[in-house]
Design a protein around this ligand. Structure first.
Ligand code: ATP
Ligand code: MG
Length: 364
């Protein structure tokens, strides 16, 4: 069992603030993902939980015990890195069991744990091979196995799938979830890949420049982003953003910018009316449009620039309001570059951000 608490944790490297006053509670047996762009402080955060880096300020505790300055080998953690250096001359069996041998576990116990881990990771038939006789995905499993046999209370992973090809990465996601279910321990997982975060995590921490932007489950983060950064970081292609003004008129609230004129539904309007007159950014995700126009007033119109099939549907790129925007439409639809297109807007799924603070005016 392991709950982890970070309280006001800051890490500076000279003048660089890698992590800035991070406060976070990680529940026992959570699958928590630290998500954000390169350089946002994910690895530094993980390394501080592992004990590989010491915070400049703040406190870290496991199950209520302060561990801020406790070295890694005295914390009950195991870590898997992106570059999983395996011992090239040792077999898979010895690679997995090495840590236990060093800790002088009895051979019978090592054997039991290695075989259990290998079975769980589906590499039981590879135990006699050496790393160069394995595929990338199999090597990654050996690295996971090496961490698993330690039976740590906390399992830390830093982009463990990034060296794998796309197909294998997706398959390994499902296996990591299964591994988490079997191990019943706390997982903290670092990635810059939004799809990985959305499929793996029960809790996602979105970071930017060392600062936590939002904490929540996949739905919270995707459906109710707290600011423009979170809204833009998740979603593929990214959310379309339009500058404009909120206008209260005739008992309704509208977004206007000369090109778009949208009325918000009653419930949203009620939340937005205190902000009437503000300059805002309107967010409309590519999938939140409809080719069958139900409300004739809520539409986007533009000239088609490109049409891109993406398998299950297609993306239409428009030149609209002096910018390129993308929408997802049915794969059967026929649009040609150069033609006009009008799409209905799903007004129940609009996002509205304060232009100055970039914070959401709908959810905080
Ligand atoms: N040992 C160090 N010395 C100086 N600066 C460092 C050190 N380690 C990290 N940094 C800086 O701290 C910031 C956060 O780095 P970190 O490695 O935590 O980012 P990250 O989110 O893991 O990025 P990536 O996705 O590229 O791995 C970066 O600006 C980085 O250059
Ligand atoms: Mg990193």
């Amino acid at each position: 069992m392991a709950t982890i608490r970070l309280e006001g944790v800051t890490k500076r490297f000279g003048g660089v603030v890698a992590v800035n006053r991070l406060t976070l509670d990680i529940k026992d047996r959570a699958f928590l993902v630290l998500l954000g762009p390169s350089g946002c402080g994910k690895s530094t955060t993980l390394n501080m939980i592992a004990g590989l880096e010491e915070p400049t300020e703040g406190e870290i505790s496991f199950d209520g015990q302060v561990v801020t300055h406790v070295p890694p080998h005295r914390r009950d953690v195991a870590m898997v890195f992106q570059s999983y250096a395996l011992y090239p001359h040792k077999t898979v069996y010895d690679n997995i069991g090495f840590g236990l041998r060093m800790r002088k576990y009895p051979a019978v116990e090592i054997d039991r744990r290695v075989r259990d881990a290998a079975a769980a990771l589906k590499i039981a038939d590879l135990l006699d091979r050496r790393p160069h006789q394995l595929s990338g995905g199999q090597r990654q499993r050996v690295a996971l196995g090496r961490a698993m046999v330690r039976q740590p209370a906390v399992f830390l992973m830093d982009e463990p799938l990034s060296n794998l090809d796309a197909g294998l990465r997706v398959a390994m996601r499902a296996e990591l979830r299964e591994l988490h279910r079997r191990m019943q321990t706390t997982f903290v997982y670092v990635t810059h890949d939004q799809a990985e975060a959305l499929t793996l995590a029960d809790q996602i921490v979105v970071m930017q420049d060392g600062v936590v932007q939002q904490v929540g489950n996949a739905e919270d983060i995707y459906e109710r982003p707290r600011n423009v950064f979170v809204a833009s970081f998740l979603g593929n292609p990214r959310i379309n953003l339009f500058s404009g003004t909120l206008v209260a008129e005739r008992g309704g609230v509208f977004f206007r910018n000369g090109w778009l004129d949208l009325a918000f539904p009653a419930e949203t309007a009620a939340r937005l009316s205190p902000h009437a007159g503000k300059d805002v950014m309107l967010g409309l995700r590519p999938e939140d449009v409809d080719e069958k126009i139900s409300t004739p007033t809520a539409t986007v119109r533009g000239r088609v620039k490109l049409v891109m099939p993406v398998g299950s549907d297609q993306l239409v790129g428009l030149r609209a309001d002096d910018q390129d925007v993308f929408f997802r439409v049915a794969k059967e639809s026929r649009y040609g570059a150069g033609g006009e297109i009008t799409l209905g807007v799903n007004v129940n799924r609009l996002h509205v951000f304060d232009k100055d603070t970039t914070r959401s005016l709908l959810w905080d």
